[in-house]
Ligand binder design. Sequence first.
Ligand code: NAP
Length: 268
Amino acid sequence: MEIISVAVNGAYGRMGREVCRAILQEESTELVGAFDLHGLGQNLGDVLGKPGLEITIKELTREVLEKIKPAVLVDFTTPMAVIQNIEIALQCGVRPVVGTTGITHIDLLNITQWVEKSGLSAVIAPNFALGAVLMMKFASMAVRYFPQVEIIELHHDKKIDAPSGTALKTAEMIASERLKDPPEKDDLLKLPGARGALQDKIHIHSIRLNGLVAHQEVIFGGPGQTLTIRHDSFDRSSFMPGVILAVKKVPKLKGLVYGLENLIEFLA
Ligand code: NAP
């Protein structure tokens, strides 16, 4: 069996720790490096409560990455850091698997070029949970029958970006399948922002509350009825099968793959 060597960037964070555990648990992957700006110099084994695991948490630099030279760098950091991290990985001949959200359309165009120039491959997925990917797929099917649609996304209060990457991707997928736009309407706003943000002519409402993890409702309206498609991630373990799938597939891919749905054959 081929073993894929993996380093995790953001390893001290909420998602990063979970990813490290999942990589350690998976037979065909080996955890060889851990990067973060927090916990520098600490042993990852102590952070994860895994005696015997000796990996020192370091800051990601070209020099360190070239030394460790993993096959794959998984990134769950911040919107401010992720673009540079991807650039560093590709320059070092390492394939990025990215879950960090807040990546813009323009960023994606640049990254596509970098990946092509490097001759490598990369995966970026705003949501690695299978249920969320199905929610997006079902929503893009439903819009053919219900062109009027709004999105409510709900996340924990530590999330930096709004709207979520999943909500933006959902709006993009819905817009690409919508046969006709709903009629334009000027709302009389008594307070700015009352109708949420607008992406691809779809209103997106973002809720941030302690106690939540990652949730989204896509609500369609039609005469005398509504259809609600809802997904809930109650635990970060929901993202791990998707991350592991991307890590296993990325060495065999060409170019940039954006969205987990493009890695799951029956959905593509
Ligand atoms: P988190 O707990 O804040 O973890 C991010 C970690 O990365 C923090 O320790 C952060 O340090 C560190 N970091 C920041 N800049 C860095 C850099 N340049 N190099 C290395 N490490 C750096 O956040 P989280 O909840 O794990 O979420 C991480 C990202 O994943 C977010 O963008 C979130 O939206 C996304 N996410 C994606 C999915 C998906 O399925 N795709 C699912 C859940 C979350 P500081 O605190 O100093 O910034």
